[in-house]
Ligand binder design. Structure first.
Ligand code: MLT
Length: 275
């Protein structure tokens, strides 16, 4: 029998403060460290908690079949057990897929939603097949070699020229991940549905942030989410609803941490003011 345990996830205080926290969910194949510099630039008093998702960083896999819903439930349970009744939930890319699932399954927990270089749509058949091929290659080699080339796609054209130091940094973060966690996450992402309707229903402010040079989850995906969140059944955040970060790609969080922190700070301030 597969052993399963409802284990809590590893969490890290990345910025001190009180009140409603920002819960920061990382992208693939990374961990909470991708948020560290961005969190330092949040406004004073905006508490930020980084979470390592199952199989990433310091969080183990727990024997469950791969699913974004399971990750969302694990984040929710971890926060509730830590005494956090609600939060501004912020997800980068895969973390955004998790944030949307969390908003769907535990809407009362989500006081605000930040979606950074991510999308609400599901994979195409080709993208799903590619994920399953990568997962199989990772399982077969028991290494993360199949994803070591990712930084070239993750980072935008401007950073590729001007922020060369990001490459060894991303490489070190990716090499630190467990092959089992990388394969599990790919399968979880492959199975996720379209969650655009979650944004239409959500009764919380939404901020969408995208690097202008993001080719993985490009501007059109961000605009699609803003449109859904701003529809009559959802509250719009006016000017803060969409932030396009110039000179940054899919890793805007590390390519221009201050710009992303400014957008998330506005969201947090808005949530605190209306709480
Ligand atoms: C990520 O940054 O989390 C991944 O690129 C997301 C994805 O593969 O869809």
């Amino acid at each position: 029998m597969t052993s399963r345990a409802t284990r809590n996830l590893a969490t890290f205080t990345l910025h001190d403060g009180g009140g409603v926290p920002l819960v920061l969910l990382h992208g693939f194949p990374l961990d909470h460290r991708m948020w560290a510099t961005c969190a330092e630039h949040l406004p004073p008093g905006a508490r930020a908690i980084g979470v390592d998702l199952p199989g990433a960083g310091h969080s183990d896999l727990d024997g469950y079949p791969p699913s974004i819903e399971h990750i969302a439930d694990a984040v929710h349970r971890t926060m509730i057990e830590a005494g956090e009744g609600n939060a501004v939930v912020v997800g980068h890319s895969m973390g955004g897929y998790v944030a949307l699932a969390l908003a769907e399954r535990h809407p009362g927990f989500v006081a605000g939603l930040g979606l950074v270089d991510t999308k609400s749509t599901a994979d195409t058949d080709a993208a799903r097949a590619k994920r399953l091929r990568i997962a199989a290659a990772v399982d077969a080699s028991q290494t993360v070699d199949a994803v070591l080339g990712m930084p070239a796609e993750l980072v935008g054209a401007t950073s590729t020229e001007q922020r060369r130091g990001l490459f060894p940094l991303l490489d070190s973060w990716i090499r630190a991940q467990s092959p089992a966690g990388v394969a599990w996450s790919q399968r979880a992402m492959a199975a996720r549905p379209d969650r655009t309707a979650v944004l239409e229903r959500l009764d919380a402010p939404v901020a969408v942030v995208v690097g202008a040079e993001d080719t993985i989850t490009p501007l059109a995906e961000a605009e699609h989410m803003v449109q859904a969140a701003g529809s009559p059944s959802g509250p719009a955040m006016g000017d803060a609803a969409l932030t396009v970060v110039p000179g940054a790609g899919h890793m805007a969080v590390v390519e221009d941490p201050q710009a992303v922190a400014a957008a998330l700070g506005l969201l947090h301030t808005h949530v605190v003011a209306h709480h």
